[in-house]
Design a protein. Structure first.
Length: 291
């Protein structure tokens, strides 16, 4: 009756059989609900023509469902204790490769070339370890991988920040970073009860669809992100104030006021009211004046 790994009974049996103890430091919360997994796979847009990279397979709950729906699955796991377990739990599936790798150190371009040389579409899917969600997603986006989308289970508050609209509490530099590379959308919220052990936080499924090119033209990406970050440095202060502080060694207040006037942005606004287009104009104008 316990057909799949992702049930409380089967999961507990596996943990017991291998005498596995959770490592909290690795963000190990395993999914035990096939219905939630079906939702993840549906939202990710997986079918028998697609390749999938999974980050952190755990004991294989999501990996198994991915293997049933995708052409091929490559899963990167950092915890070497899980490798023999996965070899056992996923024995019946021939379209899975398990790699003992830290995703933050892995050469993902090389892995894609090796395992998906001619794949039409590649998706990344994961129930991410919460303690390194942002570094993982930033790495996946900045490396400009040939992937179509990233669908991940992450902490609800972080998902809300990544998919936020201007003038909301959640809108910030993380929102702009995600918007620059992707179209970010929260697909559903997920209760704590579908994990073993249950985390202390709420979770959401976030889908990031990669853009073919950024929605704005920026002259210097690093400088653009620095200006965005500086504009949110003190959220309750005005944009003018934050910029004055960030640029104090390179520009006078008058020069900054002049730039803001020129591009039609009121310096008494707060960073959270600026759109990505306005941030792009701002960064480009400051860069031009400081050259
Ligand atoms: N996919 C499984 C599931 O849904 O039941 C497990 C998800 S659990 C939230 C996160 C997994 O990521 C754990 O198996 C953990 O060992 C692994 N992990 C943590 N840090 C990692 C890293 N830097 N690289 C690869 N895997 C990592």
């Amino acid at each position: 009756s316990e057909k799949y790994i992702a049930t409380p009974t089967k999961t507990k049996d596996i943990l017991k059989k291998f005498n596995f103890s959770f490592k909290k430091s690795l963000g190990q919360n395993f999914l035990v609900d096939v219905n939630i997994l079906d939702n993840i796979i549906h939202h990710a847009g997986i079918d028998k023509t697609t390749g999938v990279i999974e980050i952190g397979p755990g004991i294989g709950a999501l990996t198994e469902q991915l293997a049933r729906h995708a052409e091929h699955v490559v899963a990167l796991e950092i915890d070497k204790r899980l490798v023999p377990i996965l070899e056992d739990t996923l024995e019946a599936y021939e379209n899975i490769d398990i790699l003992l790798e830290d995703v933050l150190k892995a050469d993902l371009h090389q892995i894609i070339q090796q395992y998906f040389p001619k794949q039409k579409e590649i998706h990344i899917v994961a129930n991410l370890p919460y303690y390194i969600t942002t570094p993982i997603l930033m790495k996946l986006l900045r490396e400009n991988l040939p992937i179509t989308s990233i669908t991940v289970m992450i902490q609800k508050e972080v998902a809300e920040r990544m998919a936020a609209k201007p003038k909301t509490k959640s809108y910030g530099s993380l929102t702009i970073a995600m918007q620059y590379y992707t179209d970010a959308e929260i697909m559903m919220h997920v209760p704590k009860t579908v994990f073993i052990p249950q985390p202390n936080i709420e979770s959401s499924i976030l889908k990031l669809t990669k853009r073919s090119k950024p929605p704005v033209d920026v002259k210097d990406e690093d400088f653009f992100f620095e200006i965005v970050k500086a504009s949110f440095a003190q959220r309750r202060k005005t944009l003018r104030n934050n910029l004055n502080r960030f640029l104090k060694d390179s520009m006078s207040k008058e020069e900054i006021k002049h730039i803001l006037d020129e591009i039609g942005i009121d310096g008494s606004r707060r960073g959270e009211t600026l759109t990505i287009e306005e941030f792009a104009n701002l960064a480009n104008a400051i860069l031009e004046k400081s050259l």
